[in-house]
Design a binder for this molecule. Structure first.
Ligand code: CTP
Length: 393
């Protein structure tokens, strides 16, 4: 992706050096434009080195070489235009069409719709009615304005104005730069294991880490879906920009959470490893180790996917099959038995790993093998198949 980063004179620009470095490591092509105030805080050489790219400043604004007019050419170059950090002053200029430096000239000449603003400033400057109204003007003109976070500010005060985590800024850039294959889709994704309670201390669970489901949720947002993530217990960070994250423990809680939201959804991906059995009753107090052997009676949980499949109407249903043996046979059997549109078959070794290796079976008989690869790329492959079904429906 080609990303033009405009850097303005806010102390938080030292954090943007890290963003630039991370964007470069992710394989993006960068160009950076710094204002004079930004250059007072740090040399352009730092950004040039961490971004492995050209850094333009106001002295380049009128350096027309071989027909290259910097502000117009630079305004046509990027897939995504980002201003981070964006000071109140630069925000005000862009909102009012003032073009008195290279960066604001580029903003005035930019006609694309992938533009991100990351305000960072003292909280009183941020809350000032002038700044708020300028930000609203920019939102109305199609800028995505990221909310600053609340916390300690460079000036020693506390409030809303902190530069957000770079992870959030980078994810916003990814979202802006991704093709919207799932535009308009309301997608429910389940992830992780479930915990079935034996007593207040012990549970029955499985080895699912939740990584596959979380990657699916994250990539689906990038592709333009409105995502609800229903997750069993995991150690993972909640993905940014999903509409809703619902944390559950047991299979029954996951069932209730899914059913409660099902009506509004266009598609469901059940990536969760739902427990098939749960104790008939959970002990209210801790079971003591008095006997040499202990038996726990288990009863079947409700099969959420099968239940949805029986009454699915026009929803697209995607299941997973984790197997040790006869992977393809069992997966195809589940595709039919649960009335699915697509099933993703993966080996049990994928559980907990960052990689996966899958076979995707569709109801129409098509089969696709993907991997071994990072779960994020496997997620993209699964969602591209989902997009194909979505565009067909
Ligand atoms: N699933 C579900 N509810 C359950 C069990 C499984 O919705 N109580 C879903 C899983 O999320 C997955 C699919 O069904 O998408 C297949 O799960 P899997 O454990 O592979 O198969 P099961 O149907 O449970 O059958 P078995 O354990 O006998 O292989």
């Amino acid at each position: 992706m080609k990303i033009l980063v405009g850097v303005t004179g806010c102390i938080a620009l030292y954090k943007v050096a890290e963003l630039v470095s991370s964007l470069r490591k992710s394989g993006n092509e960068l160009k950076i434009v710094m204002t004079q105030s930004a250059q007072r805080l740090v040399s352009k050489d730092l950004f040039s080195a961490v971004g492995n790219c050209e850094v333009y400043t106001d002295s380049d604004a009128f350096e027309i070489k071989n027909g290259f007019i910097p502000h117009t050419e630079l305004s046509k170059w990027p897939d995504v235009l980002v201003i981070a950090p964006a000071t109140a002053n630069t925000i005000a200029k862009i909102a009012h069409g003032i073009a008195d430096n290279l960066l604001t000239m580029i903003c005035l000449a930019y006609s694309g719709d992938k533009k991100l603003l990351v305000p960072a400033m003292n909280y009183r400057m941020y809350e000032n009615a002038a700044t708020q109204s300028n930000l609203q003007v920019l939102r109305d003109r199609g800028w995505w304005v990221l909310e600053p976070s609340i916390g300690h500010l460079a000036c020693g005060e506390f409030g809303k104005g902190r530069y957000p985590e770079n992870e959030i800024v980078q994810e916003a850039i990814e979202i802006l730069g991704s093709e919207k294959l799932l535009r308009g889709m309301k997608l429910l994704v389940t992830a992780g294991p479930t915990w079935e309670s034996i007593d207040p201390v012990r549970i029955i669970s499985n080895r699912s880490s939740g990584k596959m489901g979380y990657e699916i949720a994250k990539v689906a947002v990038r592709l333009g879906a409105s995502v609800t993530l229903i997750s069993g217990p995991t150690c993972l960070k909640t993905p940014h920009f999903v509409d809703e994250v619902v944390k559950v423990e047991s299979a029954q809680q996951m069932f209730d959470a899914v059913i409660q939201r099902l009506e509004q959804m266009n598609a469901v991906i059940m990536a969760a490893a739902v427990a098939d059995y749960t104790p008939v009753s959970a002990s209210e107090s801790k079971i003591k180790k008095d006997s040499q052997q202990l038996s726990i009676s288990l009863k079947k949980t409700i099969d959420i996917l099968k239940h949805i499949g029986e009454q699915k109407k026009d929803k697209i249903l995607v299941g997973f099959a984790v197997e040790t043996d006869f992977l393809e046979e069992y997966a195809k059997e589940k595709l039919v038995k649960k009335n699915l549109d697509m099933i993703v078959a993966n080996k049990v070794q994928a559980m907990g790993s960052d990689q996966n290796d899958v076979i995707i079976f569709k109801k129409d008989g098509t089969v696709k093998r993907v991997g071994p690869d990072e779960k994020s790329r496997i997620a993209l492959a699964i969602l591209s198949e989902l997009a194909e079904l979505w565009n067909r429906s």
